[in-house]
Design a protein around this ligand. Structure first.
Ligand code: NI
Ligand code: MN
Length: 225
């Protein structure tokens, strides 16, 4: 499993020869100006919630690639009306896709579309694929619901928001890492705009002091699991 950071909460996940994009918000992100959204491959697009900073590039990418949107019922319905194919889910449900199993799990946040219309309830994803298991938290507060995940899934990586203000910050993300029983964390949802700028060294040090590993990838960089 290969995971690429495309800035903010945007990720590429490659499992076998299947390409998955998560929450593509790339074209408006000045920090990601070196990423050409028109060349990104996508067989599936996972969307955690309907906020602008998670969906801006979905329609264009889906229409160019024919990717299938996987998200909550309301978001899939929204893109269905635009002619985009989708697979609707809701909290607690899981489905076996060709690349692995996806479970849509709770997040504590909100989920309106940019025009204010209802975007369902926000979520995160637990993906089990190619003998590696990851948790993509989405935009969320720290929540006890995270403790449910390791009851069923031994995670190899937790992808957690760390920018604070709109989501968990560093200290809560450390507790989230305890809750999901995974000490290997990829941080996201930081530095994109003023409210969520963080000090990278302090963040890494705080995780290190708790015997945990916080990875902060440069935009466009990848890790292999
Ligand atoms: Ni959000
Ligand atoms: Mn967000």
């Amino acid at each position: 499993m290969k995971i690429t950071f495309y800035g903010h909460a945007s990720l590429g996940i490659q499992i076998k020869d299947i390409n998955i994009l998560v929450d593509p918000f790339i074209s408006p992100n000045e920090k990601a100006s070196h990423i050409d959204v028109n060349t990104l491959k996508a067989d599936y697009i996972l969307i955690t919630h309907a906020h602008q900073d998670h969906i801006v590039d979905v329609e264009a990418i889906a229409k160019r690639t024919g990717a299938i949107v996987i998200s909550n019922f309301e978001i899939v319905n929204h893109y269905g009306k635009l002619g985009v194919e989708g697979h609707p889910m809701n909290h607690g449900g899981k489905w076996d896709f060709e690349f692995g199993t996806v479970k849509y799990v709770n997040a504590i946040h909100t989920s309106s579309f940019p025009d204010g219309s209802y975007g369902g309830q926000p979520g995160g994803f637990v993906i089990e694929g190619e003998h590696k298991n990851i948790y993509i938290a989405g935009d969320t507060a720290l929540t006890f619901d995270m403790k449910l995940i390791p009851l069923q899934t031994k995670l190899d990586l937790a992808i957690l928001p760390i920018g604070d203000n709109f989501t968990m910050g560093i200290d809560d993300a450390i507790l989230a890492s305890d809750f999901v029983e995974c000490d290997k964390v990829l941080g996201y949802h930081f530095d994109t705009f003023g409210y969520i700028e963080i000090d990278h060294e302090i963040a890494k040090r705080k995780f290190f002091d708790r015997d945990k590993d916080l990875m902060l990838l440069s935009i466009g960089d990848s890790i292999e699991l």
